[in-house]
Design a protein around this ligand. Structure first.
Ligand code: MF3
Ligand code: CO
Ligand code: CO
Length: 392
C-alpha cells in the first residue's frame, strides 16, 4: 500500500498528524482490522505526511498474513494447487480459512500407512472389511490398546496448549511431533491428500478443519481430532476445548455433546443394534434444543482407518447389524447449536454448519467386550482437567 489514498470513515476521531477532527482512515489499517485510533487523518495531506512513521504499525500487525508466513498458501480442493489468495465462497459464519504451513516430514524409521507417499489409500477401499465387521483377535486388540493410549497422550498434549493467541498450526506441530516421538505416524497426514497431522475445527466448523495460521481467540471453541498409526493399527479420538472464557450457550452445547457420547457408550454391548446409537444421541441433543449432523458417522477402525460398521449419530437411521464382542469402532457425535445441515468449504475438507452457528464433537475408539464396552481412548489420571462437569 502506498500513502496516496485513504478511505472515508464516520466516527469523529482526531487526526494522528495534526489533532484536528479526522474522517479518513488508513486503508491498510482497515484491511488489517487495526483500531481507527492512531490510524485516522483529517486530510490526504496529513495522511501523506504521516506515512513514513505510520507505516510501521502495519508490519507489527501482519503476523497472520502470508507476508510473515513465507511459503504459506491457502488450501484448495484436492488435486488443485494451493493459492496465495482467499477463494470466493458464501461463507456461512464469520470464520475464514488462513494460509497453511508447508508439509511436515515423518522420519524414515516410522512405519507409514499406504497413503503417506502419494495421498491414495490402496488397501482400505478394496478391503472386505468395508462390508463385514471384523472380529479382532486378542493380539490385535492389544495393539489397539497401545495405539489408542498414544492417541490419548497426543490429544492431551494438544489440550494443554489451548489458549488465546495460539494458532491451530502450532497445535498441529505439537500433535505431529508428539506422535512421532512416540514412534507413531499421524494417520490424517496425506490421507486422501489431507495436508496436516490432525483436524482442528473452530466454532462453526463441524469437522475436518485444516490447521492454519489463524490464532485462537478468547470465546472460541476448538475440536482437536487426533488419529495415530502405530504397530499397524489406528486409534482415533477427539475433544472440543474452550478458549479462555466462553458464553453460557456454548458451554451448554459442548457439555451436551460430551453427554451424548457418554450416553451412546453406555448402551454398547453384544446384541445391541448399531442403529440404536443414533436414537440415544438424537434424544439427548434434541432435549437441549440442539441438532445432530447427518453427513459424518462413526466407523470401524483397526488396521484400516475407516471401515465397517458405519454408525450414524442421528435418530431413526437405517444402519444394519448388531454389536458383537471383539468389534472395534468409533462413536463421534457432532452436535449443532442451530440447523443440522452442513456445507463444505472450497478446500474440499472443512465441513461447516449451514447457518454459521457453532458445532461441537467428541470421539472415542471403543471395543465391544463380552459384558459391555472398553473405551480404548479413555481419559487418563494425567489428562488435563478442562471440563468443569468432570471435577470432583
Ligand atoms: N479423524 C477423523 C475421524 O474421526 C478423520 C479425519 S480424516 C481427514 O474419522 F483426512 F480428514 F483428516
Ligand atoms: Co473417527
Ligand atoms: Co477422529
Amino acid at each position: 500500500m502506498d500513502g496516496n489514498s485513504s478511505m472515508s470513515v464516520e466516527s469523529p476521531l482526531s487526526c494522528a498528524h495534526c489533532g484536528k477532527p479526522a474522517r479518513l482512515q488508513c486503508p491498510k489499517c482497515i484491511e488489517l482490522k487495526l483500531p481507527p485510533a492512531g490510524a485516522s487523518f483529517c486530510t490526504q495531506d496529513c495522511f501523506k505526511k504521516s506515512w513514513n512513521s505510520h507505516k510501521s504499525v502495519h508490519l507489527k500487525a501482519k503476523s497472520n498474513t502470508p507476508a510473515e508466513h513465507e511459503g504459506w498458501l491457502y488450501c484448495l480442493r484436492k488435486g488443485q494447487k494451493r493459492s496465495p489468495s482467499l477463494p470466493y465462497f458464501d461463507w456461512t459464519g464469520t470464520l475464514r480459512p488462513y494460509p497453511i504451513s508447508k508439509i511436515r516430514l515423518v522420519p524414515n524409521g516410522i512405519e507409514k500407512p499406504d497413503w503417506a507417499i502419494d495421498g491414495i489409500p490402496k488397501v482400505e477401499p478394496n478391503s472386505d472389511f468395508q462390508n463385514i465387521v471384523e472380529i479382532k483377535t486378542p493380539e490385535l486388540i492389544e495393539r489397539m490398546r497401545e495405539t489408542c493410549r498414544i492417541g490419548r497422550e497426543v490429544l492431551d498434549a494438544a489440550a494443554r496448549m489451548i489458549r488465546p493467541g495460539v494458532t491451530t498450526d502450532e497445535i498441529d506441530e505439537v500433535v505431529h511431533k508428539t506422535t512421532i516421538a512416540a514412534g507413531g505416524y499421524p494417520s490424517t497426514l496425506n490421507y486422501h491428500f489431507f495436508p496436516k497431522s490432525c483436524c482442528t475445527s473452530v466454532n462453526e466448523v463441524i469437522c475436518h478443519g485444516i490447521p492454519d495460521a489463524r490464532k485462537l481467540e478468547e470465546g472460541d471453541i476448538v475440536n482437536v481430532d487426533v488419529t495415530v498409526y502405530y504397530k499397524g493399527v489406528h486409534g482415533d479420538l477427539n475433544e472440543t476445548y474452550f478458549v479462555g472464557e466462553v458464553d453460557e450457550a456454548t458451554k451448554q452445547l459442548v457439555r451436551c455433546t460430551y453427554e451424548c457420547l457418554e450416553k451412546a457408550i453406555s448402551i454398547v454391548k453384544p446384541g445391541v443394534r448399531f442403529r440404536e446409537v443414533g436414537d440415544v444421541i438424537s434424544r439427548h441433543a434434541s432435549m437441549s434444543g440442539f441438532s445432530v449432523v447427518k453427513s459424518y458417522c462413526g466407523h470401524g477402525i483397526g488396521e484400516l482407518f475407516h471401515c465397517a460398521p458405519n454408525i450414524p449419530h442421528y435418530g431413526k437411521n437405517k444402519a444394519v447389524g448388531v454389536m458383537k464382542a471383539g468389534q472395534i469402532f468409533t462413536i463421534e457425535p457432532m452436535i449443532n447449536a442451530g440447523v443440522w445441515r452442513d456445507r463444505l468449504w472450497p478446500d474440499g475438507w472443512t465441513a461447516v454448519t449451514a447457518d454459521g452457528k457453532r458445532s461441537a464433537q467428541f470421539e472415542h475408539t471403543l471395543l465391544v467386550t463380552e459384558t459391555g464396552v472398553e473405551v480404548l481412548t479413555a481419559r487418563l489420571p494425567s489428562s488435563p482437567d478442562v471440563y468443569p462437569w468432570l471435577k470432583k
